[in-house]
Design a protein around this ligand. Structure first.
Ligand code: AOF
Ligand code: ZN
Length: 440
């Protein structure tokens, strides 16, 4: 069975029925078979696309639900315009770059990390702006998985006789916008599992103590990640054990001045105390608790009185929150990515259901040992090593004395079924997709 990164679900075995019926993946294939003016890559293409990607990355964490996009206009080997998308509702990258280039855009080459859009969204179609500017060639890194675009931007350029080169630094562009791709193709947020663990894979000692495993620089980087995420998610067990505030705190900055992620607590039976720090009315931003329909109504009312949203849905087979269903609800709120911060049961359940798309694991140079120490991951797990989800092309770097290993997750097969049957044709929200172990 081939391996396909969780965030880049274009392999047929990974396509769920709902995606096929929406025609999403099929459109992506069409974009590549479109017969228009084909232009082969030139020696400088990577250099300019790298610049466009660098510009795009400047808005990391600021563009949701939109992608990060950068653009460069080059005339006679000279940069004459550049720009990037700053945030949703503001100008698209190619429009800013063409504006800066002005008349110099005529007969120039446009490098853009995502194909130009063709729709009226919060802004008008970029395709029209590109055609008006009179560029002679457009180089794109990747096609746009947004169902309103999906190859139509490239097709429009080719129809107008503009030379088009696609796929330049595509891998880097897809990595940059992995969350956007998951959101557009799986209709749920991109889930990043972050954990701080010892060399022997523990997140707490046998006495249940976890402060502190990683050093200060790693903990600071986590707050940076929180400030760039749409939401942070934990299970009720983490609220009970650690009482976290779940806010982004950056040195020298006021909490209220930082972009705060939505706090999400998976608490099927509403075990969390109202007095927990993450429910404090003083905290900036909002909190959502996910529970099952049978959760105690008095507790639901008490949370709602404190302006905490309680989402309730039918329980899965384990009697806990149906995680896939809840994630599709979050997508409707335009939550495109989530930093999943704990604990082992919730992270395990998310893995069992193939809902984790990316990992960022901080390994501290410590050994806790002890049979009773808390492991990073619980859940059902796998029986055969060959069935294990894995990181694709993981990257590593030192953050202070800790080693950060990160990468997209690839799954080997469909989620394990209690009865051993295949669910390859089921939609992600189908109750048969749920493994028996629960979510919090
Ligand atoms: C961006 N920035 O530079 C490009 C995008 O609601 P709108 O008008 O901002 O449209 C958002 C869509 O536009 C987005 O999903 C993607 O399909 C397309 N391209 N978006 O935010 C850009 N080029
Ligand atoms: Zn656009």
């Amino acid at each position: 069975m081939p391996i396909v990164p969780g965030g880049l679900a274009f392999g047929l075995f990974c396509i769920r029925k709902s995606e096929l019926t929406a025609g999403r993946v099929l459109y992506l294939k069409e974009a590549h078979t479109d017969t228009g003016t084909a232009a082969t890559a030139r020696p400088d293409d990577e250099k300019w696309m790298r610049r466009a990607l660098e510009l795009a990355g400047r808005a990391r964490g600021q563009t949701s639900p939109n992608p990060m996009v950068g653009a460069v206009v080059v005339n006679n080997g000279r940069m004459v315009g550049e720009g990037y998308h700053h945030r949703a509702g503001e100008s698209h990258a190619e429009v800013l770059a063409l504006q800066m280039a002005g008349e110099a855009a005529r007969e120039a080459e446009l490098y853009v990390t995502l194909e130009p859009c063709v729709h009226y969204g919060r802004t008008p179609p970029c395709l029209d702006a590109v055609l008006r500017a009179g560029v002679r060639r457009v180089v794109v890194a990747m096609t746009d998985p947004d169902p309103r675009v999906q190859g139509r931007g490239l097709a429009g350029l080719r129809r107008a006789g503009i030379a088009v080169t696609e796929g330049v630094m595509e891998r880097e562009a897809r990595r940059l916008n992995a969350a956007y791709i998951t959101y557009q193709t799986k209709l749920r947020p991109h889930v990043v599992w972050k954990a701080a663990l010892t060399m022997d894979g523990k997140t707490a000692t046998k006495a249940g103590l976890s402060r502190w495993i990683t050093g200060e620089p790693a903990r600071e980087l986590v707050h940076q990640m929180r400030s760039e995420a749409d939401a942070i998610m934990v299970g009720a067990g983490t609220v009970l054990a650690d009482n976290p505030e779940l806010t982004a705190r950056l040195p020298g900055k006021n909490v209220a001045d930082i972009r705060q992620p939505v706090r999400i607590i998976i608490d099927s039976h509403l075990r969390s105390p109202l007095s927990a720090r993450c429910f404090s009315p003083e905290l900036p931003g909002r909190t959502i608790i996910a529970a099952v329909e049978e959760a105690p109504p008095a507790k639901v009312a008490a949370f709602e009185e404190r302006h905490i949203s309680v989402w309730q849905g039918p329980a899965d087979k384990s009697g806990r929150v149906d995680l896939a269903l809840f994630l599709s609800h979050l997508a409707q709120l335009e939550i495109t990515n989530i930093l999943l911060e704990g604990g082992a049961t919730l992270a395990g359940s998310m893995f069992d259901r193939q809902l984790i798309d990316e990992c960022r694991l901080f390994f501290a140079p410590l050994f806790f040992g002890g049979g009773g120490a808390i492991p990073a991951l619980a859940g059902l797990g796998v029986e055969q090593p060959a069935e294990a989800p894995r990181l694709v092309d993981p990257e590593s770097r030192w953050v202070g004395r800790d080693l950060l290993i990160s990468g997209l997750v690839a799954y080997q097969s469909f989620p394990a079924q209690p009865g051993g049957e295949s669910n390859s044709a089921d939609s992600p929200n189908c109750s048969r997709c749920q493994a028996p172990e629960g979510g919090d």
